[in-house]
Design a protein around this ligand. Structure first.
Ligand code: NDP
Length: 315
């Protein structure tokens, strides 16, 4: 495998969602000459959503992909060096830190900001993929508003599904909640809330057989996995809330994470257990997961990196 010459940078940002681009904007304005690698999905999860109405500053709302183009342009205008490429391996055992890009290029960095995000888990049905963005969504807070006054379905039984079902119950006439076992994983308090909400109808022991609809979601075919009986329930949207997977695999050897792979930061900061490595956005946040909170944490990471490099006398 060919190995290019080693490139030395002050601040390397890995990932290009709201956290990464915001970190790039702040780092570039602080003259840290950041280099940002965009990763597998340039622009991150917002590039697979439709309209974003809850990001402040866009009174008319904006399409997710367009918003991420704005983030990128702003970071580029400030002087961030934005590149295609995927970080495939890291060595955080000593400084400068070493990051391999696309398994061949080597970057040495004085500071690293990890903003690789998280990916929603999907059921894996072809109809789910086909209707993604046309009524199928993995984010009730992002997309529930578009289905107010309608019937919707949600699959999942953890705290996220319970919270999202509660959120949807305030907007929608009926929320059909598909639980694959005879109990929920969600905390007791969230379960009680769900079960005491009259317009949430829980289907126990139930799988999603198919999402029905030609150009948009029209119904869901629910299959009872005990009796094998199916029923088609008309809905306008189908929300998937079966968990997220933080994109943190390549950092496992060095960075402290919780049991599900979310990077742990020192509370109130973006600092990880490795001095000089910072984390921002969904890769370290399983609670809020919003564009605006990710952007805020990206700002924190750039400021933390700046203070770290100034204290070291690097910049
Ligand atoms: P979880 O992994 O906790 O739950 C995932 C749920 O999806 C489970 O009920 C699981 O079912 C179900 N599921 C998984 N795969 C499928 C499938 N193929 N078909 C149908 N159902 C499926 O994920 P969450 O995102 O809910 O939560 C992640 C973590 O974040 C948890 O620790 C949670 O407590 C925490 N959290 C905390 C919040 C808070 O404190 N406010 C809010 C949101 C999350 P099964 O139970 O059968 O495995």
């Amino acid at each position: 495998m060919a190995t290019e010459a080693i490139e030395k940078v002050h601040v390397l940002i890995i990932g290009s969602g709201p956290a990464g681009y915001t970190a790039a904007i702040y780092a570039a304005r602080a003259n840290m000459k950041p280099v940002l690698y965009q990763g597998i999905q340039p622009g991150g999860q917002l590039t697979i959503t439709t309209e974003v109405e809850n990001y402040p500053g866009y009174p008319e709302g904006i399409q997710g992909p367009e918003m991420m183009v704005h983030f990128e342009k702003q970071a580029a205008r400030m002087g961030a060096d934005i590149r295609y490429g995927i970080a495939t391996k890291v060595d955080f055992s000593k400084q400068p830190f070493i990051v391999w890009i696309d398994e061949e290029k080597i970057i040495e960095a004085d500071a690293v900001i990890i903003s690789t995000g998280a990916s929603a888990k999907w059921l894996g049905l072809p109809s789910e993929e086909r209707l993604n963005g046309y009524g199928v969504s993995a984010c009730a807070v992002c997309d529930g508003f578009f289905f107010r006054g309608k019937e919707v379905a949600i699959v999942g039984a953890g705290d996220t599904a319970a919270e999202e079902a509660m959120y949807l119950s305030k907007l929608c006439t009926t929320v059909h909640m598909l639980v694959r076992r005879d109990k929920m994983r969600a905390s007791k308090v969230m379960q009680d809330r769900v079960l005491n909400t009259p317009n949430i109808k829980v289907y126990w022991n139930s799988d999603t057989d198919e999402i029905l609809g030609d150009k948009k979601v029209e119904a869901v075919r629910i299959k009872n996995n005990q009796t094998q009986e199916t029923q088609d329930v008309p809905v306008s949207a189908f929300f998937v809330a079966i968990g997220h997977q933080p994109n943190s695999d390549i950092f496992k050897e060095w960075i402290t994470m919780d049991e599900t792979g979310y990077i742990q930061t020192i509370p109130g900061t973006s600092k990880t257990n490795v001095e000089g490595v910072f984390a921002a956005g969904d890769v370290q946040d399983k609670n809020y997961r919003q564009a605006v909170t990710a952007a805020g944490s990206g700002c924190m990471a750039a400021l933390d990196a700046e203070r770290y490099l100034s204290a070291k006398g690097t910049i």
